[in-house]
Design a protein around this ligand. Structure first.
Ligand SMILES: [Zn+2]
Length: 301
């Protein structure tokens, strides 16, 4: 099951208790279902859990039954329809629309005064027209409605609630979307999917740990390359020094360093320092090495 499918399954566990919330959730469903006109209410979903919630939800909110229910085979898209005029009239009235007026859909904010009702409205919108990407891939949650005004008003509502939605028009739909993991997790928690919200936060933690590890690995690789290059230069200089006969004139301390480096060209300077008995400090070895490189340079002239 997709992550969005999992979220919808979790959302459908929210109990249908308050009538006010059932109404608000139904409002979100209808405005985001894409099939709400003066002549019908049509809801299409692939979610099995949403399909079993929907008839109970509409019963509670409007006291109406669907005229057309999905066939029992249960596979693929499930279609719910209401076309009976008296039922549609009951729905319009409950949602506060006047069917005598031009049927331009908007969000009826009178239904959304309480925080629980707002959450229910957004849950309905997500169930009918929402989608969320698996947070292990990327952070993206969106709500898509065919009604431009509804998209704008829902966005204003979300802003009012402290979210930072963005919007885009896509294929005749108004799409409100989120890209921030915190926003997505907060919204999922609010509308009744705290387990999914935890998954978003866990994915974020995992991602940031992976980034830290990658940074460290890259950093180590860069350091290794640097120390290999330095070692190669040292080996070349010390070999010249040894071959020129200057080696015999060096102090025992410096001779030791020449031998150690030629024996262990693969070691970093700090690793090389530890091969001495007793071990040298890195800065002491560094000091001697610089002296040797200086002598090699002078010897070249
Ligand atoms: Zn409520």
């Amino acid at each position: 099951m997709s992550f969005a499918g999992e979220v919808k399954r979790e959302l459908c566990k929210a109990p249908l208790q308050r009538k006010c919330c059932a109404l608000a959730e139904s409002c979100g469903v209808l405005l985001y279902a894409g099939g709400f006109t003066s002549g019908e209410a049509r809801i299409v979903t692939e979610s099995e859990e949403f399909a079993s919630r929907l008839p109970k939800l509409f019963q509670k909110a409007f006291g109406v039954r669907f005229d057309v229910l999905p066939d029992e085979s249960g596979a693929g898209k499930r279609i719910f329809r209401i076309t009976a005029a008296d039922k549609l009239a009951a729905i319009w009235q409950a949602l506060g629309y006047d069917p005598a007026q031009h049927f331009a859909l908007h969000v009826n904010f009178a239904l959304l005064e309480e925080e629980h009702c707002r959450a229910a409205y957004l849950r309905g919108a997500f169930l009918a027209g929402g989608s969320v990407t698996d947070p292990r891939k990327r952070y993206h949650l969106e709500l898509a409605t065919a009604h431009l005004q509804v998209g704008r008003e829902t966005e204003a509502l979300l802003r009012d609630m402290g979210f930072e939605p963005k919007d885009v028009a896509r294929g005749g739909n108004s799409v409100t979307y989120f890209k921030h993991s915190e926003n997505i997790a907060d919204l999922l928690t609010l509308i009744g999917a705290p387990a999914a919200a935890m998954e978003v936060m866990a994915a974020k933690v995992e991602k940031s740990m992976r980034n830290t590890v990658n940074r460290r690995v890259n950093c180590d690789a860069a350091n290794l390359e640097k120390s290999v290059a330095a070692s190669q230069a040292q080996v070349a200089a010390l070999t010249r020094l040894a071959e020129s006969g200057a080696f015999q004139a060096l102090s025992a301390d410096l001779q030791e360093v020449v031998i150690a480096r030629l024996l262990h060209p693969e070691l970093s300077l700090s690793e090389l320092a530890e091969t001495f008995d007793p071990p040298l400090t890195k800065s002491c070895l560094n000091h001697r090495m610089r002296k040797l490189l200086q002598l090699a340079k002078e010897d070249e002239r």
